[in-house]
Design a protein around this ligand. Sequence first.
Ligand SMILES: [Zn+2]
Ligand SMILES: [Zn+2]
Length: 86
Amino acid sequence: MRTPGIRCPACRWKPGAGARWTCVPRCGTVWNTFATGGVCPGCGVRWHRTQCLACGAVSPHRDWYRDPGGEDARDATRERDLALHD
Ligand SMILES: [Zn+2]
Ligand SMILES: [Zn+2]
């Protein structure tokens, strides 16, 4: 899986397919938050902020995406289709 156009707004680190975040202090699920658009597959909570695994800065999840114009469509098209791919 690739994460094109996604990078840390603070340090420009690009999370690879092996990058993992943990849903704390909620359910403790470990997953790639960019594979689900910031939604925890364990409890369904949506994380609006994402911490960089490289520099530790916490930034709004949408700021990690570099595609202009996707701002409005993002929320409208969000669905709870959380089939696990890996
Ligand atoms: Zn960073
Ligand atoms: Zn969770």
